[in-house]
Design a protein around this ligand. Structure first.
Ligand code: ATR
Length: 496
């Protein structure tokens, strides 16, 4: 269930949020502590107002979150329980009660809930970290026979996320909500079924009732929360940061379009060893690896593709019976749009700007295809090292890549056929990796930066009459190559 938790400060504002997102939501949490303008009558009329607004009898949760738990309520426990009693009498389906409240204080409200058929969500919050003994805590949270357990804690590392998953797997409480707040907990929100949670809280765009909330539309459309089942094959993009990644939208969109029951999630990873333990426990069948882990993951991989062995970086891991296979679809993804424009790369003259991790795969791919590659970098020594290392690979290239300076390029007689930017310059629309380089109009100019696709470098090349390839083409091509692998695993057609 997708549960909207509005941050509006009035009941009218909450109703407007519900109306604006009703097609994406299955339940509503009324955060009474966030209301600045309200009265008991407004609370009593709320269920009817929701019914009129949406035409649906949406399950309603009444919550008065304490400030110590990340809410705004500074009322006494007695006052909060009184407000919740009004919610019960108004016909709310659930109320949220902190499990640390003294039993004597909650007894009469528990009885009222029993009479009215309101279910109690017994909750525990930690807005800073993770309490010890999570499994036992989960098991002992519900104090009433049909009570629901909810923990909302804050994993501060991938290791913490792993502990949360283990606690959820070991606990015996059947009806539960397990939330990891903040960026390390995103997977609990987008894959609630895997944590045994029957709902995921979210907020409208531009607001967040708790750290890490996504929007109802993203949960419904990108993560297919209404279709999700606990046993769906799982895939992930891992990186630090990872929230900006376009990969979940891409892969989930393609799983949906192909009718495949599989889910692709983003996971913030600060420890590669913890990632591999997590990958076994979830389990993950395939992993897209992004900055800064492309090199380190190799230590955990049983089989390296030739591209990975040559470049020292893997952007794709797929599970095989005897361990992980590491691949690098960046190489193929880079070449695919280029091969659409040139018949053969054999003998073409290519200039690669930059000598970092991305450059290495591109120089390798071009040289292996027979191109004559020159590498220019701000720090020339780095370009020389890259060329020397690639040239010393066992499968020697017909044209080993060489380093070139700006002066050599400006005085060169021969024109380049292809010029590629692999530096980060141009990202966010700023910078040109080679302002001193003029285009003749005959070159193909390729920029691997895709945020935005129209970089200053690409725009300058297009103005000079060059054919251009933008970075989003490479993103799509490398993602398409990954999807072939993931799709085969998800549908059980992978070969070994
Ligand atoms: P990636 O893995 O994305 O390639 P990287 O390994 O940090 O990232 O490499 C970044 C590349 O962009 C390098 O070639 C870098 O040049 P240096 O080796 O001289 O650092 C290049 N780069 C980054 N900022 C630059 C700038 N302001 N001007 C020129 N080149 C720049």
């Amino acid at each position: 269930m997708i549960c909207l938790s509005s941050t509006a400060s009035s009941i009218d504002g909450v109703l407007a949020d519900i109306a604006g997102h009703s097609r994406w939501i299955d339940a509503v949490e009324l955060r009474i502590d966030l209301l600045e303008i309200w009265d008991s009558d407004g609370l009593r009329l709320f269920p009817q107002a929701v019914l009129e607004e949406t035409g649906r009898d949406l399950p309603l949760i009444g919550t008065v979150r304490r400030s110590s738990d990340g809410g705004r309520s500074t009322a006494s426990d007695g006052e909060r329980l009184q407000i919740l009693r009004t919610a019960v009498e108004a016909g709310f389906h659930y109320i949220d009660l902190e499990a640390d409240l003294p039993p004597d204080a909650t007894r009469s409200l528990e009885a009222a809930c029993l009479t009215r058929g309101t279910r109690i969500i017994w909750s525990l919050h930690d807005i800073f970290g993770m309490p010890e003994g999570l499994t036992d805590l989960l098991d002992t949270l519900p104090r009433t026979p049909d009570g629901i357990a909810k923990i909302a804690v804050t994993p501060n590392s991938t290791e913490d996320l792993l502990r949360l998953l283990e606690a959820s797997d070991r606990c015996s409480v059947r009806e539960r909500i397990v939330v990891g707040m903040g960026p390390f907990g995103t997977v609990t929100r987008v894959a609630p079924e895997r944590f045994g949670s029957f709902l995921s809280f979210c907020s409208v765009p531009g607001s967040s009732a708790a750290p890490g909330h996504l929007t109802p539309q993203v949960l419904a459309q990108t993560y297919r929360l209404r279709d999700q089942r606990a046993g769906w094959p799982l895939f992930a993009v891992v990186g630090n940061p990872v929230a900006h990644s376009r990969s979940p939208a891409y892969h989930n969109g393609r799983f949906l379009a192909s009718g495949t029951h599989a889910l692709y999630v983003p996971i913030l990873v600060d420890s590669v060893p913890a990632l591999f333990t997590l990958a076994d426990r979830l389990p993950l069948l395939g992993i897209s690896v992004t900055i800064p882990h492309k090199q380190e993951v190799i230590k955990h991989v049983a089989h390296l593709s030739p591209e990975v062995a040559a470049t020292g970086a893997a952007n794709t891991l797929v599970r095989a019976p005897d361990g992980w296979r590491g691949l690098n679809t960046d190489v193929l993804g880079f070449l695919a749009p280029l091969e659409e424009l040139v018949e053969s790369l054999e003998g073409i003259r290519a200039l690669v700007l930059g000598a970092g991790g991305a450059s290495r795969g591109i120089v390798f791919g071009l040289a292996r295809a027979g191109a004559i590659v020159s590498v220019h970098n701000r720090t020339t020594a780095r370009a020389t090292t890259l060329c020397d290392e690639l040239s010393s690979l066992p499968d020697a290239f017909s044209h080993p890549p060489v380093t070139v300076t700006a002066a050599e390029l400006q005085n060169a007689d021969q024109r380049m056929d292809v010029i590629i930017n692999t530096t980060s310059l141009g990202m966010n629309g700023n910078g040109d990796p080679a302002p001193w380089l003029s285009f003749h109009g005959s070159e193909i100019v390729y920029d691997i930066v895709y945020t935005p696709p129209q970089t200053p470098f690409i725009m300058r090349a297009a103005e000079a009459g060059c054919r251009v390839i933008t970075g989003d083409r490479m993103f799509d091509a490398q993602a398409a190559a990954q999807f072939e692998l993931y799709s085969a695993l998800a549908t059980g057609t992978a070969d070994g």
